[in-house]
Design a protein around this ligand. Structure first.
Ligand SMILES: [Zn+2]
Ligand SMILES: [Zn+2]
Ligand SMILES: [Zn+2]
Length: 197
């Protein structure tokens, strides 16, 4: 049974032919590893799948031919404690060990406190000119003049993300949004569609 993966967030550029994996094996390791790890996220590069374990190891890629996967690990073999605790805490297992509930929520996956459309011209003006609809989150907010006297521009006031916040880029989340012809996307070129109503 594959497990659900988190998005493979990164601060680096990711070419458009790389795909984010949404499911992966429950346990994996290379033949050289002394213990099993658990995948947090994964990406597909051509015919190569590469996983990042909860503890930070990257498994796959050139190791693919040697990477082992398992649904249950053989009796007596070790599991990486960091991977196991974080995987369970983040919800990759339904069963919680020992009757305790573990919790682990990677901070960078939460929606931003302020909408990325704040203080920017990601907006569709509304009649009257004092308010506009945010093209990132769908909410309506007042428009303010921003920038200095030599580069005046108009932007929405700072605001929390509305319910119609665009879907995040699987690699860059909401951190690198750009706008072309009133369509918001990630600067890497991946679309960030509005959520289904
Ligand atoms: Zn690990
Ligand atoms: Zn907004
Ligand atoms: Zn992106």
């Amino acid at each position: 049974m594959p497990v659900a993966l988190l998005p493979p967030t990164t601060g680096s550029a990711v070419s458009l032919d790389v795909k984010a994996l949404t499911t992966g094996p429950r346990f994996l390791r290379t033949q050289g590893m002394s213990r099993w790890h658990r995948p947090r996220s994964g990406s597909r590069h051509g015919d190569r799948d590469c996983y990042t374990a909860w503890c930070g190891y990257n498994i796959g890629s050139s190791d693919r031919a040697r990477a082992l996967t398992a649904d249950e690990i053989p009796a007596g073999e070790l599991v990486c404690a960091t991977c196991e605790g974080r995987a369970i805490g983040a919800g990759q297992e339904e069963q919680q060990p020992g009757g305790r509930r573990l919790g682990f929520g990677p901070r960078e996956l939460r929606p931003p406190k302020n909408c990325p459309g704040s203080r920017r011209a990601f907006l569709a003006p509304l009649p009257g000119g004092t308010t506009a609809r945010c093209l990132v989150c769908g909410d309506t907010h007042p428009v303010r003049a921003m920038g200095g006297p030599y580069n005046p521009r108009f932007g929405l006031i700072q605001h929390p993300p509305g319910a119609a916040l665009v879907e995040p880029c699987p690699f860059h989340r909401w951190r690198q949004l750009t706008i072309t012809d009133r369509t918001v996307s990630c600067t890497c070129g991946r679309p960030t569609p509005a959520p289904a109503a």
